[in-house]
Design a binder for this molecule. Structure first.
Ligand code: DAT
Length: 179
């Protein structure tokens, strides 16, 4: 393994909208003290999202990925980032240590997205994304196999179990990297 300079790992928490990314990131950040890097907030703060032509949802943004990477470059270099975003293949593999793809049963996901007020078209697109395992495939295409884990987030206790599992992984990353 090449030696890394960051003293804490960078972890991507990804998955279809509504699966529980932010819930996991918040819980993990409060347990570990690592930083919840919410890419939605970064996009808003730096105005690097343009409204898409998708008339279905005015909030859908096309993100300028080059500018996004420029803006977060120093954070990734420092390490200790829990990256909260529904895409993962834009982040340079050399700066990423773990990719957790959050998964959720489709009926539960339907109910969560409905509760968010998603329209039928956007709802169906997101359910298709989950059924087709789009994010799992993207993660497996972009990162080495052992870096990618799938975690289910259907019940409240799933979050606790997943966070404990990632905390254990962080401890072992630190041991392996002499941190
Ligand atoms: P995301 O960030 O992937 O869009 P979220 O963290 O905002 O998802 O979660 C969407 C909703 O689902 C929110 O109301 C919290 C709820 N939720 C997420 N994971 C859950 C779980 N394991 N058990 C119960 N509710 C959960």
């Amino acid at each position: 393994m090449p030696s890394v300079t960051r003293s804490d790992p960078n972890i991507i928490i990804t998955g279809t909208p509504g699966v529980g990314k932010s819930t996991h990131c918040e819980a993990l950040a409060s347990k570990t003290g690592l930083h919840h890097l919410n890419i939605n907030d970064v996009v808003k703060k730096h105005s690097i999202g343009e409204a898409s032509n998708d008339g279905n949802d005015p909030n859908t943004k096309i993100v300028d990925e080059d500018r996004l990477l420029d803006v977060i470059e120093n954070d990734l270099e420092d390490g200790g980032q829990i990256i909260d975003w529904h895409a993962c293949d834009l982040f340079p593999p050399r700066q990423i240590d773990l990719v957790a793809v959050i998964r959720c049963d489709n009926q539960i996901l339907y109910d969560r997205l409905k509760a968010r007020g998603y329209g039928e078209k956007k709802l169906q697109e997101n359910l298709d994304c989950e059924i087709m395992e789009v994010l799992v495939q993207e993660a497996r295409d972009a990162y080495e196999g052992e870096m990618v884990v799938e975690l289910r987030s259907e019940k409240a206790e799933d979050v606790d179990g997943n966070v404990e599992r990632i905390e254990e992984w962080i401890r072992s990353w630190k041991r392996d990297n002499g941190k």
